[in-house]
Design a protein around this ligand. Structure first.
Ligand SMILES: [Zn+2]
Ligand SMILES: [Zn+2]
Ligand SMILES: [Zn+2]
Length: 97
């Protein structure tokens, strides 16, 4: 599980609330994503956004390969938990039956 601390800003003009990552250095240049102006921006405080799903750590349900340990020769995701190598193998298996 990953946590991202965010600064929360509100544009009172557009009535929109948006978050900026705390690693974002130049907070003086933050503008409202709607009106692209900082005139009505209000600093509402901090919040922690929790990322519960890490797509980079998905694992193939057939061979168990991951983003960092791909199949020999490389592979990519055709489904959230199925890599293209295994998808091809599954299809070939169906055809030969
Ligand atoms: Zn605005
Ligand atoms: Zn696989
Ligand atoms: Zn794979």
């Amino acid at each position: 599980m990953k946590q991202h601390e965010m600064y929360i800003y509100q544009c009172t003009e557009c009535n929109v609330i948006f978050g900026v990552d705390t690693t974002y250095q130049d907070h003086n240049h933050i503008v409202c994503p709607v009106c692209i102006s900082d005139e009505s921006l209000k600093d509402v405080g901090c919040a922690v956004a929790v990322v519960t799903r890490e797509p980079a750590e998905s694992k193939c349900r057939v061979c168990g390969c991951t983003e960092s340990h791909a199949c020999e020769g490389g592979c990519y995701w055709v489904e959230p938990d199925l890599c293209n190598r295994c998808a091809v193998a599954e299809r070939d298996g169906e055809r030969s039956v």
